[in-house]
Ligand binder design. Sequence first.
Ligand code: FE2
Length: 288
Amino acid sequence: MHTVSAAPLRAGVGLRLQHLKTVLDTRPEAAWFEIHPENYLANPHAAEMLFEIARLYPISVHSVGVSVGSAEGVDRRHLARIGALIDRLNPILVSGHLAWSTHEGDYLNDLLPMPYTQEALAHVAAQINQVQDALGRPYHLENPSNYLGFKDSTMTETTFLAELVERTGCRLLCDISNVHVSAHNLGYDARRYMDEFPGHAIGEMHLGGFEVEAEDSGSSVIIDTHSQPIDDHAWDLYAYAVERFGMRPTLIEWDNAIPSLETLLEEAGKAEAVAMRTLAGARRALAG
Ligand SMILES: [Fe+2]
């Protein structure tokens, strides 16, 4: 295993290609950045800028192409390619989704969900072991945003995640917005989900913007678009999670209609303010 430097207990922002130059030119006050390695595999110019940035800021690597849920298993060539990039970056964290996005060699645009069964558990655990062996680092697995439940599931998502932690020693990335999105779409209580989440394994939290779409039936579905400021429901749930688990490195995720770096950093500042206020309130309650 590689030695991994500790991730700062602060809020970072997702670094997208259009902001690479701004970061190098302006050296903003930023706690850390998270990147998608897939954006750099065929873009040597961007990769050079990224390596420069990695000398200045802590970097977290969030893969969108490692499909631990894919029936054919993870793509070893893809893993080797991102592994080489990761070794050069020596990131504070490496993460990816509990989902599958490849099918018979094709990359699909969406991160697709999977049923929570014993069979899926054994399969995903084996894939995570492979990923961790190949990268030589702990892998942080992210809870998905769900739009449909599977009637084949025999366990809850939180039990499935806890079992994966137990079997593989992997860590978890708790996406707070995904919890809200899934809870709304599937009709369960987001705080109860959080109560059941294996908090000891959380190495990172995500906060992303989403869109609410009204349906003809009068109900609504929430789409995890990462195209908006963080919604108040997500801030409330974030405060609940911080109160329960403590502050963890927290990322502002914004992937569509990307605003200025300044706006992203303001959202990160807000996350730190929410976390500090929550922890101060918890301390006061203890002292009182
Ligand atoms: Fe996320």
